[in-house]
Design a protein around this ligand. Structure first.
Ligand SMILES: *[C@@H]1O[C@H](CO)[C@@H](O)[C@H](O)[C@H]1NC(C)=O
Ligand SMILES: *[C@@H]1O[C@H](CO)[C@@H](O)[C@H](O)[C@H]1NC(C)=O
Length: 423
């Protein structure tokens, strides 16, 4: 009897095992797609409905998966202007360089030698902010927020969402005139009249909008974003804005004259000063090159369908067209308010001599993108060209070989280039 029941048990167990295995294989061969979460934003609009509360006034995000967009740029590369295009979108929750607070708290400049800690912390902060947890900012903002309310979020006024109801009742309410050409003074006005920012409420507002867009200038390159791009909780796309490094240098000289005493000396004396330090400029070139090499040559799987490259010069010359292409790639609608904003802000007179509005976005953008040709002397340009040769070549910027070429404005230094989208 003992022997018999043992044998029966073995047979029964075997049968159960076969049955389970059969069911398992059958289930997975027919039902995989029910089982795996959809992580990628395929081009179709069949997305899992997110659970965030929906703001009743508009429905841009109904039925679409929440989207996260990082504008990856370098300082003085036209990123404020670029960011504004996103900031105008009614479904976008826009944040302006929030990683500033991390670098500031850790006492680091964008060019400090060992920035790993600041970068790691920035990455964690970006992740939290994309997920609409604005409380994480409290770890870095000085002085510390009280009751989740702060007066010290850097450039809060640069975010329309943070200056609109319910976070601020003075602006963009139902009766606010759409005087969008005043965006810079609007920023000042927001800072001065909106009162402290409630980060709890701001997190809520963030969840109401379908797309979170963050502009950063302190992340060196796309290689530093692999972690975020692979994070299944995020649906991240990176838009990298590059600019002719000669233009970046000229713009920095104009905006931060005191940081570049050697360059001013060079320009005045027409001779390269001894021990000239252009580490920062070379860094810009190397960062651009490294990113572009990864994104357009190596093309790793984690970046597929998630990367767009924009040259500031193309954007400046044909803002509506470039905006359309970029927004389409991101699945964002090109709202009329955005086209209006472009109309208003790409033609304005820019007071070059005084450098007024150097931080703002009102300017004749097409002219601004080539102003460096008048600001830098030929030997400066020539020297920078030798330092950045590979980057200029990769990004399609022509080098000049004489001061006549440099000042000849009918000679374009921006080659026609289109990059295959990385789908
Ligand atoms: C901040 O907003 C939240 C959510 O609306 C609210 O519950 C809280 O009382 C506000 N905090 C302050 C200090 O007003
Ligand atoms: C400026 O460049 C254009 C186009 O290359 C050329 O035809 C013209 O001769 C140049 N003018 C001068 C003054 O060098």
């Amino acid at each position: 009897m003992q022997w018999c029941s043992w044998k029966v048990k073995v047979i029964l167990l075997t049968l159960i095992y076969i049955f389970i295995q059969y069911t398992f294989i059958h289930y997975f061969s027919t039902g995989t797609h029910h089982f795996c979460p959809q992580l990628r934003p395929a081009n179709s609009r069949t997305f899992i409905q997110h659970q965030a509360p929906q703001e009743p006034t508009h429905s841009f995000n109904s039925g679409r998966k929440r989207q996260h967009i990082l504008l990856l740029a370098a300082g003085r590369s036209g990123s404020s202007f670029f960011g504004e295009l996103f900031n105008q979108h009614p479904d976008v929750f826009y944040l302006y360089e929030p990683e500033y607070h991390v670098f500031k708290a850790l006492n680091m400049t964008p060019t400090s030698n060992d920035r790993r800690m600041a970068l790691g912390a920035s990455r964690d902060l970006l992740r939290a902010l994309f997920l609409c947890d604005l409380h994480r900012l409290e770890d870095y903002i000085v002085p510390q927020a009280r009751d989740h309310v702060t007066d010290h979020l850097k450039r809060r006024g640069a975010s329309r969402a943070l200056c609109s109801p319910p976070l601020c009742d003075s602006f963009f309410g139902p009766h606010h005139l759409r005087n969008i050409s005043e965006s810079y003074s609007e920023e000042v006005a927001c800072r001065e009249t909106c009162g402290p920012l409630n980060l709890t409420l701001a997190s809520q507002v963030c969840r109401w909008r379908g797309t979170v867009v963050i502009k950063t200038i302190r992340v060196p390159g796309v290689g530093d974003l692999q972690d975020l791009l692979e994070d299944p909780r995020l649906n991240l796309k990176v838009v990298q804005l590059v600019r002719d490094p000669r233009g970046v240098l000229a713009s920095r000289m104009l905006s931060f004259p005191r940081s570049y005493p050697q360059l001013r000396l060079w320009k005045m004396k027409r001779r390269r000063p001894e021990g000239l330090d252009l580490t920062q400029e070379v860094q810009v070139c190397e960062n651009f090159l490294r990113s572009v090499t990864i994104a357009l040559r190596r093309r790793p799987a984690w970046l597929r369908g998630r990367y767009t490259l924009v040259r500031y010069e193309d954007l400046a010359r044909n803002t509506p067209q470039v905006t359309r292409v970029v927004f389409e790639h991101l699945g964002l609608s090109v709202e009329d308010v955005i086209l209006d904003w472009i109309q208003e802000n790409t033609k304005a007179e820019y007071d070059e001599a005084s450098g007024v509005d150097a931080y703002g976005t009102r300017r004749d953008s097409a002219a601004t993108s080539e102003q460096w040709r008048r600001r830098l002397s030929f030997d400066m340009v020539e020297y920078l060209q030798t330092l950045c040769a590979a980057t200029l070549d990769q990004l399609g910027y022509r080098t000049v070989h004489s001061s006549a070429e440099l000042s000849n404005v009918s000679l374009s230094l921006v080659q026609e280039r289109t990059w295959e989208p990385f789908q």
